[in-house]
Design a protein. Structure first.
Length: 154
C-alpha cells in the first residue's frame, strides 16, 4: 500500500484524516506522515484498511451484492476445485441478500453461503452469515425494554 492507496481508502469510506486515524487506532500525525510519504505504511495498517472496508460493506444498505450458495463445501486451498452452485443471484443490498440466504439455509441442503461485492470480494462468509442469522433470531425474540416477563408494557 502506498500513499495514494491510503488516500483512496480514506475517500472510499468518506473519512477525514482524524476519523481515519481513529478507526486505525493511530494519531492523526501518523496518518499525515503516511499520506505525505514521510514514513512507510506498515503492513498492519494495510490489513486493517482491508478489514475496515469489508466491515463497512457489511452494512445492511450496502449493495448491490451477489449471493452464492453451493451444494458442496468450498475449499479455498485448491484453486482448481469445482463445486455446484445451488443459487446465484444479485440483490440490491445486504439486507435482502441475507434474508434470502436465511431462507435458503432453512429450506435446502446448502453447504456454503457467500455474499460478495460486485468486484468479487467476499463480504459475508458462511460462519459470519450463521452468526448474523443467530443474532437476528435472538434479536427478534428478546423482550421489549421495560418489560420483565416479555409482555409489552403499557
Amino acid at each position: 500500500m502506498d500513499l495514494w492507496d491510503l488516500k483512496k481508502w480514506r475517500k472510499k469510506l468518506a473519512l477525514n484524516q482524524s476519523e481515519a486515524a481513529e478507526k486505525l487506532g493511530v494519531g492523526r500525525g501518523a496518518l499525515q506522515n503516511w499520506e505525505r510519504d514521510f514514513r512507510p505504511i506498515p503492513k498492519t495498517v494495510e490489513l486493517a484498511c482491508e478489514e475496515l472496508v469489508r466491515l463497512a460493506h457489511q452494512a445492511p444498505e450496502f449493495g448491490p451484492v451477489l449471493l452464492v450458495s453451493t451444494s458442496e463445501k468450498v475449499v479455498q486451498q485448491d484453486p482448481h476445485v469445482q463445486v455446484s452452485l445451488s443459487h446465484l443471484g444479485f440483490y440490491e443490498n445486504n439486507e435482502v441478500a441475507i434474508e434470502v440466504a436465511r431462507k435458503l439455509k432453512a429450506h435446502s441442503t446448502t453447504a456454503d453461503l457467500l455474499v460478495m461485492s460486485a468486484d468479487g470480494t467476499i463480504i459475508w462468509d458462511t460462519p459470519e452469515l450463521r452468526e448474523e442469522f443467530n443474532r437476528r433470531c435472538n434479536q427478534s425474540i428478546e423482550p421489549e425494554a421495560g418489560s420483565s416477563n416479555g409482555e409489552p408494557t403499557g
